[in-house]
Design a protein around this ligand. Structure first.
Ligand SMILES: NC(=O)c1ccc[n+]([C@@H]2O[C@H](COP(=O)([O-])OP(=O)(O)OC[C@H]3O[C@@H](n4cnc5c(N)ncnc54)[C@H](OP(=O)(O)O)[C@@H]3O)[C@@H](O)[C@H]2O)c1
Length: 279
C-alpha cells in the first residue's frame, strides 16, 4: 500500500517551484515509488532552473504550465509565499479538473487565502529542510473541501521525506516557528557547542562530529523511548558529576526562556508572512 502510486491512472503530479523544497519532494516521491518519472512535471520562474531540473531529475519541465496542468491529479505549490497570487491566477487559466488535490508548502499562507485565490481542494503543509536528508518534520492540515483520503495522500507524500502529522490549521504558525525554523536553532546550538569543544582543546572537525552525532542520538532517544527528556537527562546526571555542573551553567544563562522567546518571536513574525503585500 505504502509504495503504490498516489495518482489515479492517466493523471500527473505537478510541482510549481522546483527549488530546494520542490526538488527534494520530487526525489522523495520518485525513490518511494509514489510516482513514476513520466507522471511528474515541474516548473520554475526561469528557463535555466527548468533546464537544470529536467537534466538532473529526468522529468518534464515547462515554464508555461497552463496546458500540462490540466491532467494533474495533484499539484504541489512550492514557490515563495509572495508568488502565490500569480501562480493561482495561472492555475485558474489552466482549467484544472475539480478533483485536483492542491498542496501548498508556503509558510504563513492560510487555507482561507489559498481558497480565495483559487477555489479547490487545498491542503496546507509545513515541512522543514531536513526533508533533504529524508528526516523532515512536516505537518499537514485540511482545507474545507479536503477529505481524510486527501490527507492520507498528503501524508504519504511527506512521509517519503521524513515524518508527517495531521494537525488543525490554528497550530500552523506555531509549527512553522518551532519545526519549520527549528533546524536553524539546532544549527546554532551545534555551532556553539562545537566552539565550546574547541575552547576545551578539541579540533573543530572532531568537535562538530561529536556534537552533531550527540544531537542525532539524543533526538532518537526521545523519539524511540518515548520517555520525558527530563528523565533521560537524569540518567546522564550523576551526583556531584560534571553534567550537573554544565546544566546549572545553562540554566544560569536562562536557556529555557531564551528558547521560548525565540519561538514566540518567530510565531509573531510568521503571522504576517503570507499576507498580501500592501500597496
Ligand atoms: N527552505 C525552508 O526552510 C523551507 C521549509 C519549509 C517550507 N518552506 C517553504 O517552501 C517554499 C519554497 O522554499 P525553497 O527554499 O524551496 O525556495 P527556492 O529554493 O527559492 O525555490 C523556489 C522556486 O520557485 C520558483 N518560482 C518562483 N516564482 C515562480 C513562479 N511565478 N512560477 C513558478 N515557479 C516560481 C523558483 O524558480 P527559479 O529557480 O527559476 O527562480 C524556484 O525554483 C517557500 O514558500 C517556503 O515558505 C521552506
Amino acid at each position: 500500500m505504502e509504495n503504490t502510486s498516489v495518482l489515479e491512472p492517466g493523471r500527473t503530479l505537478g510541482v510549481i517551484g522546483a527549488g530546494v523544497m520542490g526538488t527534494t519532494l520530487i526525489k522523495g516521491l520518485l525513490d518511494a515509488g509514489l510516482v513514476t518519472r513520466p507522471q511528474i512535471w515541474a516548473t520554475a520562474r526561469t528557463e535555466q532552473t527548468c533546464t537544470e531540473v529536467a537534466a538532473d531529475l529526468g522529468i518534464a519541465t515547462q515554464r508555461d504550465y497552463r496546458e500540462i496542468a490540466e491532467t494533474s491529479g495533484i499539484i504541489l505549490v512550492c514557490c515563495k509565499p509572495a508568488q502565490i497570487a500569480t501562480i493561482c491566477e495561472k492555475l485558474r487559466e489552466a482549467h484544472l479538473r475539480p478533483d485536483t488535490l492542491l498542496i501548498s508548502i508556503l509558510a504563513g499562507v492560510t487555507l482561507e487565502r489559498l481558497q480565495s485565490l483559487l477555489p479547490g481542494i487545498w491542503i496546507r503543509s509545513v515541512p522543514n529542510t531536513p526533508c533533504v536528508v529524508r528526516e523532515g518534520m512536516t505537518v499537514v492540515c485540511a482545507g474545507s473541501l479536503a477529505t481524510s483520503s486527501h490527507l492520507e495522500i498528503a501524508e504519504r507524500i511527506f512521509r517519503s521525506v521524513g515524518t508527517c502529522l495531521t494537525v488543525e490549521e490554528n497550530y500552523c504558525n506555531a509549527v512553522t516557528a518551532l519545526s519549520g525554523s527549528g533546524p536553524a536553532y539546532m544549527y546554532l546550538v551545534v555551532e556553539a557547542l562545537a566552539d565550546a569543544g574547541v575552547r576545551v582543546g578539541l579540533r573543530r572537525e572532531m568537535a562538530l562530529t561529536l556534537v552533531a552525532q550527540t544531537m542525532l542520538g539524543s533526538a532518537k532517544m526521545v523519539l524511540e523511548t518515548g520517555r520525558h527528556p527530563a528523565s533521560l537527562r537524569d540518567d546522564v546526571t550523576t551526583p556531584a558529576g560534571c553534567t550537573i555542573g554544565g546544566l546549572l551553567m545553562l540554566e544560569d544563562g536562562k536557556i529555557r526562556s531564551v528558547l521560548a522567546r525565540a519561538v514566540e518571536e518567530a510565531t509573531r513574525i510568521v503571522e504576517h508572512l503570507g499576507k498580501p503585500a500592501k500597496h
